[in-house]
Design a binder for this molecule. Structure first.
Ligand code: HEM
Length: 398
């Protein structure tokens, strides 16, 4: 792929793993070296937008820049996702079916269950005095809440979780054949739930599968395939991301006693802290888009079918937008304009739920395990593509 517009070429492979915060260091370096880059590490290559103002503008150009490519790193991904793959009016109509389950009011209704499930998990964990936080807690909790949200039994997490882990692992390495095996098991599980709700509908205001079964799009019911894809897409979008956010937050708090003590002593600051953590540690470092019609974007000549990298990870840490961006700072100006959840019509469907989950964990964990440390000798390695800590061994006194 030949770069155009005299744009600097980036050879950085963002799918590789690194030590913790290694990807942010690379992104910071590239953003400060040039406003745009052309990255040549994939077959199609991609334009990288690195500065806050450009990335925000990119999210808003949703008619010409569509999700025909969802991730610049794997533009050939053929796994269908809903609502992610839709654009324009079709997308809006579909979001209208899902939005009621993810509104602030709907999420507030889950608050009681979110607390009680977190307390149950902590009761099991606390007496052990140690855990691999990402594998034993940070993924289990969002999985359980996902099942509760869908109206499915929380105990199913025991077998559901390994399937989802296997599927993520394969997808993030571009191994679509490998992903097909766990995908089939997950779909069979959702199909059972669909069949059950068709036979015994529940309250559609409370039960998401019933709502999907009863929903209509332009007067037509949703097909089973559409419902299955939707359930799978919400699962894929919601579990790994929340786990990753928890990993970065707890790594930060284990290493920064002052911030941890502040949250223990002033739990009312938790919601603000969650927002600043999400800004500071963006784990979805980019969203992909595909140009539909050739255009000039702020001096870059883009052709139809070009791939774009909307650099969330660089934008959230852009010093032109956030002064001293590497600092954890409560109440910073413009905090709620961060792009960790994207922007525009594809803005994260589950952002209120994610915020709730993170806040509940911070509150409940610190009541039971206020002081903890990273086990000596633990190497903190982050996965590439969509960041997550591969391992976070925590220990505490019991
Ligand atoms: C800290 C946690 C999370 C982060 C950082 C995050 C980030 C994002 C981002 C950046 C996008 C936009 C992608 C784009 O524009 O192409 C997105 C979309 C989405 N997210 Fe999240 N997310 C999180 C949690 C969740 C949760 C908990 C759920 C649901 C249970 C969820 C469901 C979705 C869905 C369905 C979309 C697609 C929306 C659309 O295309 O209309 N996310 N998320």
């Amino acid at each position: 792929m030949t770069p155009r517009s005299g744009c600097p070429v980036s050879h950085t492979d963002y799918t590789s793993e690194s030590e913790i915060y290694g990807h942010y260091a690379l992104l910071d370096e590239e953003r400060e070296a040039a406003r745009f880059h052309f990255n040549d590490t994939t077959e199609r290559g991609f334009w990288m937008l690195t500065r806050y103002e450009d990335v925000l503008a990119g999210f808003q150009k949703h008619t010409n820049w569509t999700t025909a490519v969802r991730t610049a790193l794997f533009p050939g991904s053929t796994i269908e996702l809903l609502p992610q793959d839709l654009n324009g009016e079709e997308h809006q109509k579909f979001r209208r079916i899902l939005n009621p389950f993810f509104s602030p009011a709907a999420v507030r209704r889950m608050e009681g269950l979110a607390h009680s499930r977190c307390v149950e998990l902590l009761e099991e964990l606390a007496p052990k005095g140690h855990c691999n936080f990402v594998a034993e807690f940070a993924i289990r909790y969002p999985t359980d809440l996902f099942l509760i949200l869908m109206g499915l039994p929380v105990e199913d997490g025991d077998f559901f979780l390994p399937w989802t882990e296997e599927m993520f692992g394969c997808m993030l390495q571009g191994d679509l054949d490998g992903a097909a095996v766990p995908r089939a098991k997950i779909l069979a599980y959702f199909q059972e739930a669909i069949d059950e709700r068709r036979a015994n509908p529940r309250d559609p205001a409370e039960d998401m599968v019933t709502r999907l079964v009863q929903a209509d799009l332009d007067g037509e019911p949703l097909s089973d395939d559409t419902i299955l894809t939707t359930c799978l897409s919400i699962m894929l979008a919601g579990l790994d991301t929340t786990r990753s956010a928890l990993g970065y937050i707890f790594a930060h708090l284990a290493r920064n006693d002052e911030d941890r003590v502040m949250l223990i002593e002033e739990p009312e600051l938790t919601r603000d802290a969650v927002e600043e953590f999400i800004r500071m540690y963006p784990l979805v470092i980019q969203a992909g888009r595909e140009v539909q019609e050739a255009e000039d974007f702020r001096g870059l000549e883009m052709a139809a079918k070009d791939v774009i990298w909307l650099g969330i990870g660089s934008a959230n840490r852009d010093p032109r937008k956030y002064e001293d961006p590497d600092r954890f700072l409560l109440g910073r100006p413009g905090l709620n304009q961060h792009l960790a959840f994207g922007a525009g019509p594809h803005r994260c469907l589950g952002m209120h739920l994610a915020r709730l989950e993170l806040a509940v964990v911070l509150e409940e964990w610190h009541k039971v395990i206020p002081h903890y440390r990273i086990k000596e000798g633990t190497e903190l390695i982050e996965r590439g593509s969509q960041l997550t800590l591969k391992n976070l061994e925590l220990e505490w006194d019991v």
